[in-house]
Design a protein around this ligand. Structure first.
Ligand SMILES: [Zn+2]
Length: 315
């Protein structure tokens, strides 16, 4: 109740004081303008003295306008800047896209080039692989051959294919009138027994170059060939090491009595000929130097001659 009364009183007092003010300043105010102006909405109007307060509001309002104008200007500038920035970003993105396209094209070209190189390289590799494979097969064959030769050299059962005194030298790969020499020539007495060097199956046949010949195949595939025979053995087929398989002669194109002897290690056997010199050198112990006549029985006389030991090439 008190508050409500106080509020009424204050409102009455304020209207009263404004009226007093209006009366007091009336004489100095301009004739055609009211001294008081109404400010605010019609629902809650209040009066202001024109001369003292309006310029303040006007100046404030113009300040506000100028601030707003400046804001608008700044905002416009900022927006323009933003647009410029966006445009520059867009241009940059376009440039990036273009350079990416260029890069992609270059990459594509390079990939195509790389693919071509790869294809060529793959073809080369295939060829290299083929030749490598061939080399490996050849090396394998050689090492297997060396192994086979060592096995035969060290065999206790192996028998020298020619009886009695013999002489020979390493004539592997010697150039002969018709071809390259692929065996060892074991010179011996005419009619000397020829022995099967190992167990195996022996076959006798006529060779157009060497005349009467034998071939003997061991169960492991080792293949032996002998030619220039004087006579074939009495039986062909299965024989044991040391069985007589013929007599030594000078048949075919031979210039003197000797056995042309070949060794072709298994499992390849025939066609895989190797130098048999070291095998014969080990197992044919009744041997005299090549340039000594066979009928020299005197040991001292034999020592005047020197042996040739051939080379260690296996093929
Ligand atoms: Zn020969």
């Amino acid at each position: 109740m008190y508050c409500w009364l106080m509020s009424i009183f204050l409102r009455v007092f304020s209207i009263f004081s404004l009226l007093v003010l209006m009366t007091a300043t009336h004489s100095s105010a301009q004739e055609n303008k009211p001294a008081l102006v109404v400010v605010g909405g019609s629902d809650s109007p209040f009066l202001l003295e024109r001369d003292s307060t309006l310029p303040f509001f006007t100046s404030k309002a113009s300040e506000v306008v100028s601030i707003i104008e400046s804001r608008i200007e700044k905002t416009t500038t900022a927006l323009t800047d933003l647009a410029t920035t966006f445009e520059s970003i867009r241009l940059r993105q376009e440039m990036i896209k273009q350079s990416l396209d260029d890069v992609a094209e270059i990459l594509l070209e390079q990939i195509e080039e790389a693919e071509k190189i790869l294809v060529n390289r793959a073809e080369e590799l295939e060829n290299i692989e083929e030749s490598d494979k061939e080399n490996l097969r050849e090396n394998k064959r050689k090492s297997e051959n060396v192994e086979a030769i060592m096995k035969v050299i060290n065999s206790k059962e192996w028998v020298c294919p020619v009886s009695d005194t013999v002489k020979f030298y390493d004539s592997w790969n010697e150039q002969r009138p018709r071809s390259i020499h692929r065996g060892v020539d074991i010179v011996g007495f005419h009619g000397a027994n020829l022995y099967a060097p190992v167990d195996g199956e022996v076959t006798f046949f006529w060779d157009s170059v060497g005349g009467k010949s034998f071939k003997l195949t061991n169960e492991n595939g080792d293949y032996y060939f002998g030619t220039h025979l004087y006579r074939f053995g009495k039986k062909s087929g299965d024989v044991s090491a040391g069985d007589v398989i013929g007599q030594l002669g000078a048949g075919g194109n031979a210039t003197g009595p000797h056995l042309h002897f070949e060794f072709h290690p298994g499992p390849e056997g025939r066609g895989n000929g190797v130098n048999p010199y070291q095998i014969v050198n080990r197992h044919c112990t009744d041997r005299i130097p090549i340039d000594m006549p066979l009928n020299h029985y005197d040991g001292e006389e034999r020592e005047k001659y020197s042996f040739s030991y051939g080379n260690l090439e296996w093929d």
